[in-house]
Design a protein around this ligand. Structure first.
Ligand code: HEC
Ligand code: HEC
Length: 300
């Protein structure tokens, strides 16, 4: 705050407090000089006269109490311009103290799980670790993957057994820690529009869709072997090291209609899972990974 505005606010604040005090003391004069007065203010109505009595003492004390409270408050807390108050309280300080407190309270809880492999959380009797993982998932991951981790268009389902990068607890942990970026090149300019449409038919045929144009499939097959197998494998089952999805299983990240698949092939895709190593501690990632792992391993 600029010196002008802090002076402005300080003057108004103190002015109001001292003004009220002066008014209170002035109206008390009757009480100081005599207990009660027979004098009237001069107002009469229907034979009823208004007496010029001072404020009752309890009322006066109450007002003085608020004045004292205001002054003490101004000394303790920030309020007068740039004066920080003798307690040196700020909202940042308070926030930092609360974080410190939370860390002190939860550190032992997390420490208990630090040495426990994520898979072991499933075997815990009361499932406390999994529940903590679930809460943290809701806070950090559900915006993209959904509250039940079942995913959405472009965001993979984490509750099934189909994995882009692999579903072991360690792989999941690696994904969360370092993030992932899928990289499916655009083939529109390589294949041309007719080639893209042929290829979409071929891709659909891999997961057993019937009623496709057999000639288109025959035309696209050699192209697939030349252009796509490096990532998706010669049988189309994908490569987890590259995050290249299995194209034979009817599970689609970007939709399984003919047009959606043609679009994917034409323009490419680059799904991005953000790295969480700077956002979450290792212990938290451990618990979240355990929760995600548990979703597709309920039977264990
Ligand atoms: C901003 C959105 C976003 C957030 C937040 C996010 N993810 Fe993801 N996640 C993605 C996307 C997109 C992918 C797919 C990446 C790709 O296409 O290669 C992904 C992929 C994954 C995968 C790999 C799935 C597989 O099949 O191999 C896992 C596991 C995962 N996320 C877990 C998490 C967890 C746990 C969190 C919370 C700590 C989280 N994600 C937060 C967007 C997000
Ligand atoms: C450089 C490796 C690479 C090559 C080459 C490649 N792909 Fe992909 N493809 C990927 C990756 C990685 C993804 C997942 C993209 C993502 O996660 O955002 C993908 C996704 C797809 C999808 C979407 C799958 C879904 O579940 O929605 C289709 C369809 C596809 N590729 C078809 C092809 C075809 C056809 C070719 C050859 C013309 C091809 N890809 C070549 C890496 C590749």
């Amino acid at each position: 705050m600029s010196p002008f505005w802090s002076a402005w606010i300080s003057i108004i604040t103190l002015g109001v407090i001292f003004g009220c005090t002066a008014l209170l003391l002035k109206t008390r004069k009757g009480e100081v000089f005599k207990d009660a007065t027979e004098e009237t203010t001069g107002h009469t109505f229907d034979g009823i006269e208004e007496l010029d009595n001072p404020l009752p003492s309890w009322w006066f004390q109450l007002f003085m109490g608020t004045v004292v409270f205001a002054l003490v408050y101004l000394v303790l807390y920030p309020g007068l311009g740039n004066f920080k108050g003798v307690l040196n309280w700020t909202s940042t300080n308070q926030w930092e103290e609360e974080i410190q407190h939370a860390n002190n309270v939860y550190a032992p809880v997390f420490a208990k799980y630090a040495a426990l492999p994520s898979e072991e959380l499933l075997k815990e009797e009361n499932r406390a670790g999994l529940l903590m993982g679930q809460r943290m998932f809701a806070n950090n991951c559900s915006v993209c993957h959904g509250t039940a981790a079942t995913g959405a268009y472009g965001f993979p389902n984490l509750a099934d057994k189909d994995w882009l990068y692999g579903g072991s607890a360690d792989t999941i942990k690696h994904t969360i820690t370092n993030g992932r970026t899928g990289s499916m090149p655009a083939w529109g300019s390589v294949l041309g529009e007719a080639g893209v449409r042929d290829m979409a038919s071929y891709v659909l045929s891999l997961s057993g869709t019937a009623d496709l144009d057999a000639e288109a499939i025959a035309r696209a097959k050699p192209q697939f072997q030349a252009l796509c197998i490096a990532c998706h494998g010669s049988d189309g089952t994908g490569t987890q090291a590259l995050g290249a999805p299995n194209l034979t299983d009817k599970i689609w990240l970007y939709g399984g209609s003919y047009e959606k698949i043609a679009h994917t092939i034409r323009t490419g895709r680059a799904g991005s899972m953000p790295a969480h190593k700077d956002l979450l501690s290792e212990n938290k990632i451990n618990l979240i990974a355990g929760y995600v792992y548990s979703l597709s391993n309920k039977d264990k």
